[in-house]
Design a protein around this ligand. Sequence first.
Ligand SMILES: [Zn+2]
Length: 261
Amino acid sequence: MRSALAVALVLSMLLQGCLSGVGGAIDDVVPERRGIPGGLALACLMDDTYTSMVVEIDHAPNRAPEASTVDLLIERLDEVCTKPGGITVDLQETEFDDLATWTADDVRRVALETRAAPPQDGDVLRWHILMPEGTYDDESVLGVAVNAADIAIFGESIDASENILRRPSAEEIENSVAVHEVGHLLGLVNAVYESPRDHEDKEHPHHSSNDASVMYWAVESSSLGAIFTGSLPDTFDEDDLADLADLKSGAIQATDQLWTP
Ligand SMILES: [Zn+2]
């Protein structure tokens, strides 16, 4: 009996040794899972854990978002995400590294350096938008969504996309690009699910085939001036909204989620 106990004790010490090694690794070494765009879609759509939401916008001194962009982001998120504690925008003027061009990995790295708190912060869901000087390494790109909670919007490229008639204006373009990138964080279109509605543009994956949806591919492209001569879409269309409603209700299965109910 005593020897059995001794063996058990030694075994448990050995096991503890192993486990504490693993535990230490989880605490110290294993990086945070930052996910893919759409990876925190359910966390936004539902309120089981995250009852409120903050959109942190870190902008270069001359790149503050238009007030209309801030208002529109809150309005669009509020239309689809359940956040009884409210959705707010936290604006932070930020001195970024002096990068003339940004890669997706630059966006990932700088987003980690500048954010005030992680995306899954207690009962607060935090999405994060960078608005730096400079352009994306593909200059035709006006905005990108990387990871489950990180976006960058390139004001310099937006300004350059405004045509001489200012139709659409740089302000309108910024409005639509911001909603478009947030749409990617919501998983649109077919990024973390398979829609029963046929509305994904086969030529441009994860974009809507409807040019009246904010998720139309050209909305985040500098070629938008050649495609839209009047106003730009800044709303999710019926199919986008139906996808989000189905994800929320569980009628469509979501994949790659960093949080599930
Ligand atoms: Zn897009």
